[in-house]
Design a protein around this ligand. Sequence first.
Ligand SMILES: Cc1ncc(COP(=O)(O)O)c(C=O)c1O
Length: 367
Amino acid sequence: MTPGPTRVPDRVLRAGAVPMIHHRTPEFSQALIDVLDGMRLLFGTDGDVLPVHSTGRGAMEAAIGNLFSPGDELLACCNGKFGAMWASIAESYGVVVHRISIEWSQSVDPADIHAAFEHHPEISAVAVTHCDTATGVLNNVAMVCEIARKHDALAMIDGVSAVGGVPFAFDAWDADVAVTATQKCLMCSPGLSFVALSNRAWKATERATLPRSYWNFQAIRETLNAADAETPGTAPVHLVLQAQEALATVLAEGLDDVFMRHESMARAVADWAAARGLAQQCPDLRRFSPTLTVLAVPPEIDPRAIKKAMRERGILIAAGLGPYRDSAFRLGHMGDIRLADVRRTLEALDAVLTDLRAKTPVPVGGG
Ligand SMILES: Cc1ncc(COP(=O)(O)O)c(C=O)c1O
């Protein structure tokens, strides 16, 4: 029940536990094609989706390296750890970063984006996180894309904790870059990411001068378009096979049903929390992600004690991140997780919270 890496179903594990297939064979090409076709459905695009051999952060870095030149200006929506990550990666490459929405407890505000473009008309791209795994926000990425379009800037979306669990409409939103990784809603082992790119993004790769080699998007596209689709170097074969199986599982369940399952798990957690007077860590967010919930811990209880007690009951949950390290815990409900897993977790949490409250010393003078 962590927000990633998530549980890998047996059939996905088994798909990756087979004798090696050489990566320059028709069998592997077919697996790669199946995976990229499946990812197109998850991203909601008819355009290019590339594999990037790394976890999500590497794919974000690859996007920066392929699309920018030193001194280019990026607007980064920083309402969470991963929004801030876009900013720090870009800065490390010599991109000039303008940070907005730095308050983690708030959703990205369109007025801030408009104001940033007014003050910095040279901004050439806006980066945003769809679901920030630190807060549970689901940012309005359609709105971000719309504003970026008006200003002729690229819209770049980190969909690592959202794609596959939340409807994603790359083409309909007219987005330019979207990134996701295998270890969250895709319920595979970590180590492989995907990037969706618009035609405008491809044009930007032609102008961009930042160094790129291993993650050169143009080189990756060239090998994918060869007679037998392949990758420039050795591919993470077993991860691709896992992803092929995971995507087949997701598509067999049906994307709409998958999204509804995620919604119903989030609702079950929210109702449970409300019934017990437990608050969301960031109650003012405009929209919460169906893929995870970040709950504030009652002040008398240490979140680490909750995590430890849950672990002793065989259930892994995650601690709060950044400023919420000591005040929150995070429940992932994404990928292979089902409502029955959520119910079992909430029952265990009830027992754990009761135990921990019973052990909390009554303050002097208290009743
Ligand atoms: C929203 C989001 N973006 C980016 C990342 C970084 O991805 P990775 O850990 O796969 O490198 C994570 C990781 O948890 C994430 O949750």
